[in-house]
Unconditional design. Structure first.
Length: 296
């Protein structure tokens, strides 16, 4: 079976991201954010995982964007997911532009909100709900106006950029839950592109590996846990709705290991994170017996 056009474009974007990273290789530091008294190899592996994650995000949303265009519909996609993704990327861009970071980070930080904006614009064009179209259009116009104001009042906006980054962390932590709930209500993940789910699964894995091996701020540790766990559960839904039984249960077991890693990284209060995850996903029906073991 040959490759589809979506897959060819996705791989092309991924290759372009790798080329961009190679061009900026002199700015890459594999010895940053090392954990004191940990082996040097763990630091290098953690930074490599972070770079792999950054490259993967270049191609992550491309299949979803192409799928929406092909079917001229956003049915099966949560507008809350799209809105949270876009706002998080937008706030993050306003933050990183004020820091001294590698060029590749700037490229990624600028590229992602543009891609997110295109997907949000697809809701404006394709969504049958007038209220969803109006809210999506409002978000796009509001952020556009805010971007102009940020350029004009650069210094003033800089005072709140650091605090606003917490908003991005929160949005990225919870963005997938509305999609999980929608999938459960529909009994299907047909609105999501398979390639996007696959790239997200690998990307979130490298995200979590980087967090586990490097000395990162607490908020990023929490974000990596929730975003990775919800992405894994999204993949579980995809498999369960197609009749797979054993693999989703294995993924849930892996999340138990991830929860233990989080507790090690943030302390015993980190046990609250998996508790909140169970509450949120049980509401979605994601962890209930019929969703993990019964394809119905």
């Amino acid at each position: 079976m040959g490759w589809t056009g979506h897959q060819i474009v996705t791989v092309s974007v991924l290759v372009a991201a790798i080329v961009a990273l190679c061009i900026c290789h002199e700015q890459v530091n594999l010895h940053s954010d090392c954990v004191a008294r940990w082996p040097e190899a763990s630091c290098i592996l953690g930074n490599i995982a972070g770079l792999c994650s950054a490259v993967l995000w270049f191609s992550c949303l491309v299949p979803q964007l192409l799928l929406n265009c092909t079917r001229r519909s956003v049915v099966g996609l949560s507008p809350w997911w799209a809105g949270a993704n876009f706002l998080a990327a937008y706030v993050n861009l306003n933050f990183i532009l004020r820091l001294q970071l590698p060029t590749f980070t700037y490229i990624s930080g600028l590229y992602m909100p543009i891609l997110e904006a295109i997907i949000l614009a697809q809701f404006v064009v394709f969504d049958p709900s007038r209220s969803v179209r109006s809210v999506a259009a409002f978000l796009l116009c509001m952020t556009g106006a805010a971007a102009v104001c940020a350029l004009i009042f650069w210094e003033a906006f800089g005072e709140v950029a650091g605090h606003a980054e917490w908003t991005a962390v929160l949005l990225w932590s919870v963005e997938t839950f509305p999609q999980l709930w929608l999938n459960h209500e529909r009994g299907s993940t047909s609105g999501q592109a398979l390639e996007t789910l696959a790239v997200t699964f690998v990307g979130k894995t490298t995200d979590f590996l980087g967090m586990a091996l490097l000395d990162t701020p607490t908020q990023y540790r929490i974000m990596a846990y929730f975003s990775t766990s919800s992405a894994y559960l999204n993949v579980c839904q995809f498999l369960v709705f197609r009749g797979w039984k054993w693999f989703p249960a294995s993924v849930v077991a892996v999340l138990g290991i991830y929860s233990a890693v989080l507790v090690v990284k943030v302390g015993w209060w980190g046990v609250l994170a998996p508790v909140l995850l169970v509450i949120a996903t049980t509401k979605a029906g994601t962890l209930r017996r019929q969703c993990v073991c019964d394809p119905r």
